[in-house]
Design a protein around this ligand. Sequence first.
Ligand SMILES: [Zn+2]
Length: 97
Amino acid sequence: MADETTFNRRPRDFALELVEEGRVSAEDMLNWCLGFMSGDDVRGMLDANELSPRFEEEEEEESEEYCVECDCPLTEEDLADGGALFCLDCIAEHEEG
Ligand SMILES: [Zn+2]
């Protein structure tokens, strides 16, 4: 319950319960939390949850795929229609020949 005891002893639970009880929307609560936090707080929170840009860059490198024919890295455009094995150049060559 989002009552006074919860508010005093477990404020985070109190905030979550306000949302769970439908008294405020999750989106409002998110905006209030982010608005109340400093830029450093937000950056620290995002980093702790691996959502900061440095994690995105690492992930892209790890998940990079290569054309099975010419070994060039596949772009997101190449992979757009469900995981292509060939780059657009090689696909175009196959279609022509
Ligand atoms: Zn290729």
